[in-house]
Design a protein around this ligand. Structure first.
Ligand SMILES: [Fe+2]
Ligand SMILES: [Fe+2]
Length: 267
């Protein structure tokens, strides 16, 4: 019997990319075969101990290669940046499992499914990168994505508000625009991959919304007010718009929450 927290431990503290992907898929397979234990028997470690592969080099966004889709180099940099986001999303899904314990079993089942889908997204993008003669790690990548995880490592409501309900929700705003741009340059494979990712990501944000509201209810907090206060206290700035209202509503946002996002930080 495999233990979900042991696998999470390995995925967060070992750096080999292929091993991480394999472990993630195997965990999901063990779950379908009823061979996964949820016993809380692996100690939680500080988020500072999470380790990342030696490449890509993580650098400030200012120094990243340009990602304009009008050149081969630009397209390669674009898909590399997306692969990096998905790679970090695998870490984020394992981290919410690893760090927050004694929750309903369904919580862990849901985020394991997310981890498995993020690993698939990464693989799709990494395969696509080969058309540009690249692989993940060949270019430097954005160092900031993990910061939100570190900032929210002690607070589950903050984690749910900031990671699925800000970072992943941002994907719902920008992905349709990216799909249109790829269609314009006839990158059919790129359109196919991003369409698949977009559909899965609606589900990830839905899960984020579901569990955010679930834990708000337990703590007798009003979810919209709680979301607003988490943004103020944990986001460091304010989420950028424009916001894709229709899809965000599908993913569990209320109109009031989107109004708050649009009104900005001074509200
Ligand atoms: Fe993803
Ligand atoms: Fe996701």
């Amino acid at each position: 019997m495999e233990n979900i927290f042991k696998i999470a431990d390995l995925c967060l503290h070992r750096t080999d990319i292929n091993e991480k992907l394999l472990l993630t898929h195997k965990a999901s397979e063990s779950l379908s075969n009823n061979e996964l234990s949820f016993a809380n028997q692996v100690p939680v470690q500080s988020i500072r101990r999470v380790s990342f592969p030696a490449s890509p080099a993580l650098i400030s966004p200012r120094n990243l290669p340009k990602r304009k889709l009008n050149s081969q180099e630009g397209k390669a940099a674009f898909f590399h940046a997306l692969a990096h986001i998905e790679f970090m999303a695998v870490y984020l899904a394992w981290d919410i499992i690893f760090r927050f314990r004694d929750l309903p079993q369904q919580f862990y089942l849901d985020w394991l499914q997310v981890a498995d889908e993020e690993a698939q997204h990464f693989e799709l993008l990494n395969d696509h990168l080969r058309h540009f003669g690249l692989h993940y790690g060949a270019l430097p990548a954005h160092q900031g994505l993990w910061d939100h995880a570190v900032d929210t490592s002690e607070n589950l409501l903050a984690r749910l508000a900031i990671v699925p309900r800000c970072m992943e929700a941002r994907g719902l705003d920008v992905t349709p625009v990216m799909i249109d741009r790829l269609a314009e340059i006839n990158d059919e494979k790129g359109v196919e991959i991003l369409t698949r990712i977009y559909q899965d990501e609606i589900g990830h944000v839905q899960l984020g919304s579901y569990w955010f509201k679930f834990f708000c209810k337990i703590k007798q907090l009003q979810p919209e007010l709680c979301y607003h206060s988490m943004l103020k206290n944990y986001f460091n700035g304010w989420p950028k718009g424009p916001f894709n209202r229709e899809t965000r509503i599908m993913a569990g946002f209320s109109n009031k929450e989107i109004d708050l996002l649009e009104q900005g930080i001074h509200e």
